[in-house]
Design a protein around this ligand. Structure first.
Ligand SMILES: [Zn+2]
Length: 146
């Protein structure tokens, strides 16, 4: 189960993603929580888009590292995602929040996720294992069919 959907991600790509996530984490703007997160998203073109969390004095306006990475990829015209790494300085490997899982599921419901902390603890899994029965366009009633 751990390696579900990882057949298309090489060990070298995973290493690159973890390095990129660790690097971009240093750009995090987290003056309120002090919790810095880095995310790295590999797309089909081979490019990696990094993202860091960005907090705000209006707490609800904050955005997570994972969504920043996705937003950057989408704005560059890329919608085919291969894998994402998330790195945080936490006892357990950084884990995407529910909003980010939903955001990712829109584009890659079975995205391979590599989660890690700074101590090198790594956890791998497929997004559909972390967000089963994700809400998606299939839930909209197709009026044409009725
Ligand atoms: Zn999030």
């Amino acid at each position: 189960m751990e390696d579900k959907n990882f057949y298309m991600v090489s060990a070298e790509q995973i290493q690159r993603l973890l390095e990129e996530a660790k690097q971009v984490r240093l750009q995090a703007y987290a003056p309120y929580s002090g919790y810095q997160v880095g995310a790295a998203l590999l797309t089909k073109s081979g490019r990696i888009y990094g993202g860091c969390n960005i907090e705000n004095a209006s707490y609800g306006a904050a955005i997570c590292a994972e969504r920043v990475a996705v937003v950057r990829a989408i704005a560059a015209g890329e919608t085919d995602f291969v894998a994402m790494a998330v790195v945080a300085d936490s006892p357990e490997p950084g884990s995407p929040c529910g909003i980010c899982r939903q955001f990712l599921a829109e584009f890659a419901p079975e995205l391979p996720l590599i989660m890690a902390n700074l101590d090198g603890k790594v956890r791998k899994g497929s997004l559909d294992e972390y967000l089963p029965y994700a809400f998606n366009k299939d839930y909209f009633r197709d009026e044409e069919a009725n």
